[in-house]
Ligand binder design. Sequence first.
Ligand code: SF4
Length: 177
Amino acid sequence: MIWSAAYVLAGLVLTLWLVRVWIHRRPSGERASRPRELANAELVYMEKLFRIREPIRLVAKVDRVYRLPGGSLVLVELKTRGQDRPYLTDIIQLSAQRLAIEVQTGVVVEPYAFVSALGRNRKMRSHQVRLLDAAAVVDLHRRREAILAMRASPVYARTESVCRGCALRLRCDRFIR
Ligand code: SF4
């Protein structure tokens, strides 16, 4: 009895995994969700890990990477969320991915990327965002390490307007009193 339940569960997990792979890999699905600006680009990576040790240790998993006709790469991050907009955390995540790809492959990654959000209405919308440069990513990483090691204190964002696009807003003590 226990074994048959385990087989059913394993079969269900495998089926869900295969459906997920199929949805992500079928060309029509990818084409349909692709930002209009990348219509002539070539899809070169999907759900791929990049690892670097310098200038910082970083492991970054990219959703999709496209090669433009000129040879440079463009990142796309896929999100499913209630709010149809990019967050600052998306920009930081994509900027870290950009650094990891450039260091590992030596290929230029454009300083802009797309956050494609699937909203409540099940429609995919792509937002173009400007990325941080390598020095800013390294600074953020070092500051995070310093805060975790209690060598530095965290501070709130300089202005509350920044908080409007922050995914952590509902958990931030700036707004929970
Ligand atoms: S909501 Fe909190 S964590 Fe987010 S940017 Fe503002 S101060 Fe920082």
